[in-house]
Ligand binder design. Structure first.
Ligand SMILES: Cc1cc2nc3c(=O)[nH]c(=O)nc-3n(C[C@H](O)[C@H](O)[C@H](O)COP(=O)(O)O)c2cc1C
Length: 322
């Protein structure tokens, strides 16, 4: 997720049970590769393997060049983004807007697969809008082009993030292709992960927003799928240490000025369901140095011990709406 799953956060998710994590989408336009934002997004130094880089764009040759560029810099898997609905992406005719032009999709898939000798995967939505759900067509084209894996978000481009994800189309795609299919959209709990796997027959699930402020959701899901039992919430002691680790890695990655500011949203997500979390978030947002932020977060989590040994943390549907 752009603006969320940066390298420090991916590392944390992988440490906490995610089997796989993909970079934030990186622009395929070479004029942007040297920009601070894109170069950060394609920085994988020290990242746990496999290093998967997502590229976004609409021009087959540019996407092919971008794939090669990222492989030269250490990418072991290239993921093509045809799932993003935001205007900035769609106005320049990429992300999920591409789903409207199947011939162009085919040219992009062929060009990128031919450009690199690492696996190329595709992230997409169920279609352009509910009247034009062409996920099956795209999935078959992708398989024929040599795409190694599909991740399908159960919404159309027109849906944005509204309504609920549907899983029937994901089931239909899984039944129609021989390559692995990953189901995505609104999976917020271990139980829901199990239901979606059963409903779709998918090979894996992908978690997006539910991991914000809850990176341990991956081990919770893994545990539930393996044992059928719900893992207890993490202890306050563990999360306190984890927060320090996340924030230090975050500041080191972004530098203090940007790091202080971009850490605020992560901290807000971590605390939002905890006792006193909203008050704390407002106070924390006014702090102007990384040292103060780090100390305040540490004190907040220390205070959580008053409510119990484990975090009083209920994963609710409201998390997605927030
Ligand atoms: C802030 C934000 C940024 C996102 N950025 C990307 C992106 O860069 N690439 C991508 O494939 N999907 C992106 N997505 C979509 C998610 O990967 C995912 O498909 C979607 O949120 C549905 O899954 P979820 O319900 O588990 O969050 C983004 C979503 C959000 C909320």
């Amino acid at each position: 997720m752009a603006g969320v799953t940066d390298r420090p956060f991916r590392q944390l998710c992988k440490q906490l049970g995610a089997g796989y994590a993909v970079s934030e989408m990186a622009a395929s336009d070479p004029r942007l590769w040297a920009s601070e934002k894109t170069s950060r997004r394609i920085n994988h130094d020290g990242e746990m393997e496999p290093k998967a880089v997502q590229i976004a764009g609409a021009d087959p040759a540019m996407l092919a060049a971008s794939a090669r560029f990222n492989v030269e810099r250490g990418a072991q898997i290239i993921d093509i983004n045809m799932g993003c609905p935001v205007k900035k992406v769609c106005n320049s005719w990429c992300g999920s807007a591409l789903l409207q032009n199947e011939a162009l999709v085919g040219r992009i898939l062929d060009a990128v697969v031919a450009a690199v000798d690492v696996p190329v995967t595709l992230k997409f939505r169920t279609g352009w809008d509910r009247q034009h759900k062409n996920a099956l067509v795209i999935a078959r084209m992708a398989e024929a082009s040599g795409i190694a894996m599909l991740t399908l978000h159960g919404r159309t481009r027109a849906d944005g993030y509204s309504g609920e994800a549907e899983y029937d189309t994901i089931a239909a795609v899984k039944a129609a292709v021989g390559i692995p299919v990953v189901a995505n959209g609104d999976i917020t709990s271990p139980r829901k992960a199990k239901q979606v796997l059963a409903h779709t027959g998918a090979d894996a699930v992908m978690i997006g927003r539910a991991a914000q402020g809850r990176p341990w959701i991956f081990r919770e899901i893994d545990h539930y799928l393996r044992t059928g039992e719900t893992l207890a919430a993490p202890t306050v002691v563990e999360v306190r240490a984890l927060m320090q680790e996340h924030l230090r890695a975050h500041y080191a990655f972004y530098g203090d000025y940007i790091g202080l500011r971009t850490a605020r949203k992560h901290i807000g997500w971590y605390v939002r369901e905890l006792p006193g979390g909203e008050d704390f978030r407002q106070r924390m947002n006014r702090l102007e140095s990384c040292e103060e932020q780090l100390a305040a977060v540490d004190a907040f989590f220390e205070s959580q011990a008053a409510y119990g040994e484990r975090l009083q943390y209920g994963l609710s549907e409201q998390r997605l709406a927030a």
